[in-house]
Write a protein that binds this ligand. Structure first.
Ligand SMILES: NC(=O)c1ccc[n+]([C@@H]2O[C@H](COP(=O)([O-])OP(=O)(O)OC[C@H]3O[C@@H](n4cnc5c(N)ncnc54)[C@H](OP(=O)(O)O)[C@@H]3O)[C@@H](O)[C@H]2O)c1
Length: 294
């Protein structure tokens, strides 16, 4: 048996990722705020922690995959947080959070003798289940990143190293999500334009994905937009609206003008305000067609 890992956050992504860590031969000590969600892992041999602190062993590795910056800070620094128990261990932080938060957490860890490695992921829950995530990583130091590599490899198809700055991987994750949103907005506008001129959405989709946009982002999200069917829900609109808020904050910090990020954030705000959480976030494409009277 390989070492036992602490794993905190068993939502849509975390449960699938933790399952793959277990299948790769690591021991697993898991914590989830709603303990019930840990049941499938307990059946596979994981043990249950009753607090974030209980999930870690001094000197060990703890993975966090919770919703947002606040949740990561709470499980790390809160009253039942794990920081004090981690000793000289490693926090492998896989949520999508602000570069600023990642750098702050890394400072706090350093002061306490532990290390923070940022490790946000690309891919929906089905990709996580297949252990095919793309993982961006940075922070700690090269040796620490080497130590956690087998754990990342249990969850992903490839790990991309962005060096020692703990904020670097976080900003790459935000940049990537921004580009996905921009692609969805572009397709929504193009398909709507063509449709209003009499060309069916499906036909536009078939053309662009067989020619100059023959890539899986356009094929995958384009299929949802062409069929106007946003199921299954890979990520809820509110979750990605959170990410676009982080993009805009990070842009403001460094005086980067990102009008397209503002636009997509607004689309997602309208989508959430309309209560469309039961559809995938790409459903914000409907804001485009509806505003054109379709
Ligand atoms: N879904 C995607 O396609 C996707 C893709 C890439 C990255 N991500 C990122 O991955 C992270 C997790 O996403 P997800 O889709 O797994 O979200 P999710 O299904 O909503 O799960 C969120 C998890 O965080 C826990 N949590 C939330 N607030 C907490 C708190 N204050 N204290 C302790 N635990 C807390 C939840 O516990 P409960 O079960 O008790 O609610 C749950 O385990 C997010 O940062 C997201 O942006 C998501």
């Amino acid at each position: 048996m390989k070492e036992t890992i602490g794993f905190i956050g068993l939502g849509g992504m975390g449960l699938a990722m933790a399952t793959n860590v277990l299948k790769a031969g690591f021991g697993l000590h898991v914590y989830n705020r709603t303990a019930d969600k840990a049941r499938p892992l307990l059946e596979l041999g994981a043990s249950l922690a009753r607090s974030p602190a209980e999930a870690v062993s001094p000197g060990g590795v703890v993975v966090t995959m919770v919703t947002n910056d606040l949740a990561v800070e709470e499980v790390t620094l809160g009253t039942s947080g794990f920081l004090a128990r981690l000793g000289d261990g490693v926090h492998l932080s896989m949520s999508t959070i602000a570069p600023r938060t990642a750098r702050h957490l890394a400072d706090v860890h350093r002061e306490r003798g532990s290390r923070y490695v940022a490790s946000p992921v690309f891919g929906k829950p089905d990709v996580a289940e297949a252990a095919k995530l793309w993982i961006a990583t940075s922070g700690g130091d090269a040796a620490t990143r080497e130590r956690v590599r087998p754990i990342q490899e249990a969850m992903g198809q490839r790990v991309f190293d962005f060096g020692d700055d703990p904020g670097a991987a976080s900003v790459i994750k935000l940049a990537g999500n921004f580009m996905l949103g921009a692609a969805i907005e572009a397709m929504a506008e193009a398909f709507t334009l063509a449709q209003k001129h009499g060309v069916p959405r499906r036909q536009t989709y078939e053309f662009i994905t067989q020619t100059f946009f023959d890539c899986f982002v356009y094929r995958g999200y384009g299929e949802l937009i062409a069929s106007d069917h946003y199921q299954p829900v890979g990520a809820k609109p509110s979750l990605i609206r959170k990410d676009f808020g982080l993009v805009l904050d990070a842009a403001a910090e460094e005086l980067v003008s990102m009008p397209l990020a503002n636009l997509v954030h607004d689309r997602l705000t309208a989508t959430v305000a309309k209560g469309r959480e039961d559809a995938d976030w790409a459903g914000f494409a409907r804001e485009v067609s509806e505003s054109a009277g379709l």
